[in-house]
Write a protein that binds this ligand. Structure first.
Ligand SMILES: C[S@@+](CC[C@H](N)C(=O)[O-])C[C@H]1O[C@@H](n2cnc3c(N)ncnc32)[C@H](O)[C@@H]1O
Length: 239
């Protein structure tokens, strides 16, 4: 999920003053121009055609703010190739941008258990995923998850990240990775509690703060918090 601007650039729910108005132009970088430079120089010219198509149809969705940004999609795609991921899980699919980034990175016999409480949004992206020739790697489910995974991407309900982690730490293999999205939560994690912020940002902020603290203290994992998109924390299971 990507969110516009930083906590310091937002005033209230109705009025948004981030420089990034176009969907996907969202970053925690202080300079909009710098983010635009990254997108135009490194991301868009190399974005696979189906991902571009999916990004463009998602931009028309009323909840388009939920989509994974193009720079994060590119990052996930390379990360999955670097770790030779084959068996993965994603919690929080929406229209499938990060899912497609994952599916394109996996080998032909790679698998993704894709979980979301809402299938309708996935159905929007599915024709593009099928056209890209990677739908056979995806098993979309609304129900419970199980298995052993090389990589798990979590981009769902932030107030449940702590609960996901309790379960997922046993499902990711030793040496495998879990990526938790939105761990910088619109920059609000470093904002004073009384700073102006959107209602949903304020609502989830305490959960994200508590979650980040818990990851910092969890000796079963090595962690790396990256300021990509809205912040993604990589957790490598070490025992
Ligand atoms: C930020 S969006 C995911 C964005 C997606 N990764 C992308 O690339 O577009 C969050 C998604 O989490 C889903 N979600 C919310 N609560 C959930 C839950 N308890 N279990 C599974 N999915 C959930 C929502 O339906 C929504 O599609």
């Amino acid at each position: 999920m990507t969110l516009n601007g930083g906590a310091n650039t937002e005033t209230n729910d109705e009025h948004q003053v981030s420089g990034h108005q176009e969907v996907g132009h969202k970053s925690l970088l202080q300079s909009d121009a710098l983010y635009q430079y990254i997108l135009e120089t490194s991301v868009y010219p190399r974005e696979p055609e189906p991902m571009k198509e999916l990004r463009e149809i998602t931009a028309k969705h009323p909840w388009n703010i939920m989509t994974t940004s193009a720079d994060e999609g590119q990052f996930l795609n390379m990360l999955l190739k670097l770790v030779n991921a084959k068996n993965t899980m994603e919690i929080g699919v929406f229209t499938g941008y990060s899912l497609l980034a994952t599916a394109l990175a996996l080998p032909e016999d790679g698998k993704i258990l894709a979980m979301d409480i809402n299938r309708d949004n996935y159905e929007l992206g599915l024709p593009i995923i099928e056209k890209a020739g990677v739908a056979h790697k995806i098993d979309f489910k609304k129900g419970k998850y199980h298995g052993t995974y090389d990589f798990i991407f979590v981009d769902a309900d932030k107030d449940n990240y702590i609960n996901y982690h309790k379960r997922l730490i046993d499902l990711v293999k030793v040496g495998g990775l879990i990526g938790y999205d939105n761990t910088l939560w619109n920059g609000s994690v470093a904002a004073p509690p009384d700073a102006p912020m959107r209602k949903y940002v304020r609502y989830y902020r305490d959960f994200v703060l508590e979650f980040n603290k818990a990851l910092g203290a969890d000796l079963r994992i090595e962690i790396c918090m990256l300021p990509v998109g809205d912040g993604i924390t990589l957790c490598r299971r070490i025992n």
